[in-house]
Design a protein around this ligand. Sequence first.
Ligand SMILES: [Zn+2]
Length: 176
Amino acid sequence: MGAELHTGFDCSVCGQHHAVLPLSYSVKVPLAALAVPRAEWGRRVVLSPDLCVIDERFHYVRGRFAVPVHGLDEPFIWGVWAWLRPQDFYRTNQLWTDPARVGEPPYAALLNSEVPLYGDTARMPVQVQTMPVGRRPHFFPADATHPLAVEQREGMSMARVVQIAEQMLCDDLATS
Ligand SMILES: [Zn+2]
């Protein structure tokens, strides 16, 4: 996990006070890699903290859905993966250390992670926006009416951040 608030929060699920309130949740591996048997990873999966290639054919990049939080300077982050077209993955690699990469147009891609609490997002169409060197790309749902897209536009309340934490940390239903 990344950013968090050390004010913590009182949890309505378990009734306890949690010492930290996370402002980000991330998955380290795309769903497609999880679908490959572990014994086959050595010859089929190439994985770094930012990129993944499976069978030298399917290409994934790690990025973030950033959601502004009312009253906070830093956004809330869902760290997830997207399945890129080969040419866009090639561009991503080619421009990895190039400051001019911020001029890249968005890439159309398919999400390759579940974002908890937003229904089935495993193959949700997204736009992948390249960020300055050293920062992971930002993702946006292609469907502007998707609840996550609405939250990205309008921001969310601290109460919503707490609600997410309650479900992520304490509600078994959220992870089943
Ligand atoms: Zn709890």
